[in-house]
Design a protein around this ligand. Structure first.
Ligand code: FMN
Length: 386
């Protein structure tokens, strides 16, 4: 058994936001599974999300849940547009919370990136093979009648009625998330999906109040944040995920993100989840950083410092010491782990062990008791061999 360290690394320390305490600083990043049927979560979501909660993450966020059926990226996305869809998520949410982790849902609308193939079927527009599979395309709506790029669908520009319905749909989905017992929700405002296409000058050529200058382009994101905060309990944190930069000339810049984060903070958003890119369908980072280790942490640090708001850092954070260095340097308050969590659902517990802070008492009883004895056996074998 490893002795308790004098000072616990920040990664393993709790963080309280409003009345909600994250047991540690490691969260699971939202990750679409494309495993739903007609928007309903099923066994895969329970086992996938439940496994990550077992793995010791302080918070587990679901993948993007569409607030309207046409806001799904693919036929495999989960939805939160009806009470029945929310109930389908209940086993996973209950299980996450039973493990002592916080449960969150990401609320989303795919905009012009809706009605696509699941990645492993090509990640393009739905075609003849998909129709044969029963995956019919649907009419998509977006900020402007502009496709992501060649070969992508052209959305219908959303009118005022569409926008009003959308804002209400985000609020209704948040109400359902609260009734499910979720501890936090995140508004998806990143990666070229609907809200981000309103924000970016590369994808918004509207001439009404929702386009034009930065104020106009931010209007919808702020209306959604205000509507969600209006129904979301005061004691529970609200996250907002942004693309900190587009990564293309003439696009959304970090200075825009700083302004947006300030406005979101004023509306009661608690955490800015700092991602980047996706507006043009792929990410080209123009400042030379090119997707290196922790490549988005500088954006998180800048927003955290300039706006004085909590941030979540994400992107190519591979191990505990790297996460700990980011937290200690003040680059973020929470660290979201994506693909490493798929690779190793027990990521946090394994990092704890490597960093010398593990005792198996923190594992679920069903595993910890045995692992403690296993560890002692291994030690004994090693010592007898020396
Ligand atoms: C399979 C998969 C699905 C994803 N789905 C979402 C999603 O639903 N919402 C979202 O905001 N980001 C999504 N992302 C992006 C991740 O949340 C994360 O930001 C990204 O993978 C970078 O973190 P990583 O390097 O730790 O994987 C997804 C990523 C992966 C790998």
């Amino acid at each position: 058994m490893t002795a308790s360290p004098v000072s616990l690394p920040l990664l393993f320390q709790p963080l309280t936001l409003r009345d909600t305490t994250f047991p540690n600083r490691a969260t699971v990043a939202p990750m679409c599974q494309y495993a739903a049927t007609d928007g309903f979560a099923g066994d895969w979501h329970l086992v996938h999300l439940g496994g990550l909660a077992k793995g010791g993450f302080g918070a587990v966020m679901t993948e993007a849940a569409a607030v309207l059926p046409e806001g799904r990226i693919t036929h495999g996305d989960i939805g939160l547009w009806s009470d029945a869809h929310a109930e389908a998520l209940r086993p996973a949410i209950d299980f996450i919370r039973s493990c002592g982790a916080l449960a969150g849902i990401q609320l989303a609308h795919a905009g012009r990136k809706a009605s696509m193939q699941r990645p492993w079927f090509g990640n393009g527009a739905l075609g003849a093979e998909d129709r044969a599979r029963g995956d019919m395309p649907w009419e998509i709506k977006g900020a402007s009648a502009m496709p992501v790029s060649d070969g992508w669908l052209v959305p219908k520009e959303m009118d005022r009625t569409d926008i009003a319905l959308l804002v209400q749909a985000f609020a209704d989905a948040a109400t359902r998330a609260d009734r499910l017992g979720c501890d936090f929700v995140e508004i998806h405002g990143a990666h070229g999906y609907l809200l981000q296409t309103f924000l970016s000058p590369l994808s918004n050529d509207r001439t009404d109040a929702y386009g034009g200058d930065l104020k106009g382009r931010m209007r919808l994101a702020l209306e959604v944040a205000e509507a969600v905060r209006g129904v979301w309990p005061a004691g529970k944190p609200l996250f907002f995920r942004i693309s900190s930069i587009d990564g293309f000339e003439g696009g959304w810049e970090i200075s825009d993100s700083v302004i947006l984060a300030g406005e979101l903070k004023a509306l009661g958003v608690d955490v800015i989840d700092c991602s980047s890119g996706g507006n043009q369908g792929r990410t080209r980072i123009t400042d030379g950083r090119m997707l290196g280790l922790g490549f988005q942490l500088d954006y998180s640090a800048e927003i955290r410092t300039k706006v004085d708001i909590a941030t979540q850092g994400v992107g190519m954070i591979l191990d505990g010491p790297q996460a700990e260095a980011a937290l200690e340097a003040g680059q973020a308050d929470l660290i979201a782990i994506g693909r490493q969590a798929l690779y190793d659902p027990f990521w946090l517990r394994h990092q704890a062990y490597e960093m010398g802070v593990n005792d198996f008492g923190t594992w679920p009883d069903q595993y910890g008791w045995w692992l403690d004895r296993r560890e002692r056996s291994i030690q004994a074998i090693r010592e007898s061999r020396i």
